[in-house]
Design a protein around this ligand. Structure first.
Ligand code: SF4
Ligand code: SF4
Length: 205
């Protein structure tokens, strides 16, 4: 069945965004405000440059169109927002200055808050959270600590010992290739790193 929203080849007209119908839609439109999402005219450049668009269930330009047409939940429940690797190519190439990467970020945030992310998507979110926590603590990535936090975050939903050890077989190969360090390094001024995180998260110094 054809998607309920337009693709770039179907139309390139500017549409008046629909008003959100529920609380998560309202929160989303507030967070989306700086992204210029209403200015998209469906040229498709974001999707053409996206390195992971081929694996997405809804392409980046279609996500923007879905939002403009009021399909907020459809966008928030898509797998595409979790496939996005935040490379910023879409935002850099947009002729309308639409921050498509920022839109993906906002969708992930509100999707999690609203419980629209599927269990598989929550696993991706758990990894991202463990990754950010690790950088906040150390200023650099500590792989062993990252793996441990990720597994502990996901274990309550997976509830299997197999999940705990399923990647263990990769460790020797990673060690040989020097991709896995048993002792992670830390930057000297970790307080500065924490302040940067605080500023990003709360707008405070
Ligand atoms: S590049 Fe910008 S204007 Fe073009 S489809 Fe993407 S978001 Fe819309
Ligand atoms: S930021 Fe995300 S949506 Fe944009 S080009 Fe990169 S991977 Fe694709």
């Amino acid at each position: 069945m054809a998607p309920a929203f337009a693709t770039p080849t179907e139309t390139a007209v500017h549409v008046q965004p629909s008003a959100p119908e529920n609380a998560s839609g309202s929160v989303l439109t507030e967070i989306l405000a700086p992204t210029h999402w209403t200015e998209c005219y469906q040229c498709g450049k974001c999707t053409a440059g996206c390195p992971v668009a081929a694996g997405m269930d809804i392409a980046p330009n279609q996500i923007v169109r879905a939002l403009q047409l009021g399909y907020f939940e459809k966008a928030m429940a898509s797998d595409a927002i979790w496939a996005c690797v935040s490379c910023q190519t879409c935002s850099a190439r947009c002729p309308q200055s639409v921050d498509c990467a920022g839109i993906m970020d906002a969708l992930r945030e509100v999707s999690l808050r609203s419980g629209l992310a599927s269990p598989a998507q929550k696993t991706v979110a758990a990894f991202q959270q463990a990754f950010l926590n690790n950088l906040r603590r150390n200023g650099r990535l500590d792989e062993i600590e990252l793996i441990a936090e990720f597994k502990l975050r996901v274990l309550p939903s997976e509830r299997t010992l197999r999940f705990l050890f399923k990647d263990a077989g990769l460790a020797p190969q990673l060690r040989i290739r020097r991709k896995l360090h048993l002792r992670g390094e830390k930057v000297k001024d970790r307080a500065l790193v924490r302040r940067i995180f605080d500023r990003c998260q709360n707008g405070s110094a």
